[in-house]
Write a protein that binds this ligand. Sequence first.
Ligand code: CU
Length: 110
Amino acid sequence: MSRCAKCCVADVIYACDFETLYSAGPLLASEFDWSIFIMAITQEAVLSVPDISCEHCVKTINGALGALSGIESVNTDIPTRTVQLRYDPAQVSMEQIEATLDDEGYSVAK
Ligand SMILES: [Cu+2]
């Protein structure tokens, strides 16, 4: 599903609940909870990576994905062999994420 830029902006405004913010009166940028904004512009994904087996894998994956710009958070889990991540699709694509994992020797199960 691809959405136009206007839809994305509208989504962010809606998700940040700017209506409530405006009715609450002036607010300094330092007082605004920017995590809401980050949650609104980023996407969450859970990737199944069957080759995750140990702490070394966790370090490698977290390091490689964490180095990409647009990756907000990475959480690699050994028991479930999954990589949970939050990323900004405007900065990094799922193709780039999968290619990075591939370069490290991990393929994503479909
Ligand atoms: Cu390992």
